[in-house]
Design a protein. Structure first.
Length: 189
């Protein structure tokens, strides 16, 4: 392959990955902008059997974080980075995909109520951090899903994007659900 062909392939590869990153950034900004300009309803649309909106949000958020920890462990196992685990059996990859899918679905009612019922708060550093981390989570998730489809993404891309998804969700959870649990105990219904 001629050197100009190699350079052109590199530009296309970077362009696809750049587009995935820009798409993720667009998701983050769009969610934050909507949450900021939308007048919050200050009431839940649904609670899924929980005693209130906050209880639903913290428990679904905790479920999502637990499932993303499973994502981390299965990813480390699949990539041979889990100490002492040996090669990952065939069931690990589907477990990785399904735990991520279920975690994402669990976050949807949480995010919907954050955006629609509560809006983008700036009343304290904790609330601001929560809103920014939540927007980053969805942007990183979008970029990761787009990046998965690229054959030419850099080798570091998926681990970094996956780490950003996990880190931003954990930060979102720490700044809301853990805060709630430390003040209210563990209320279910």
């Amino acid at each position: 392959m001629a050197s100009h062909d190699v350079r052109a392939a590199g530009v296309l590869a970077r362009g696809g990955f750049s587009a995935a990153l820009l798409g993720g950034a667009g998701v983050s900004v769009a969610l934050g902008a909507y949450a900021k300009v939308h007048t919050p309803s200050a009431r839940p649309l649904l609670t899924l059997g929980f005693s209130g909106m906050l209880q639903m949000k913290v428990w679904l958020g905790a479920l999502a974080v637990a499932l993303l920890v499973a994502q981390l462990l299965t990813a480390l196992w699949m990539w041979g980075r889990l100490p002492g685990a040996g090669a990952a059996p065939d069931w690990v990859a589907p477990l990785h995909r399904w735990s991520g899918s279920i975690a994402f679905v669990a976050t949807l009612p949480v995010a919907f109520h954050c955006l629609w019922a509560l809006g983008f708060g700036v009343s304290s550093p904790r609330v601001l951090l929560h809103g920014v981390a939540g927007c980053v989570f969805y942007g990183a998730y979008a970029a990761k899903m787009l990046g998965l489809r690229l054959q030419t993404a850099p080798g570091w891309a998926l681990p970094v994007l996956g780490g950003t998804v996990l880190g931003s969700l954990v930060l979102t959870w720490l700044s809301a659900a853990l805060w709630f649990f430390t003040r209210s105990g563990l209320p279910l219904f």
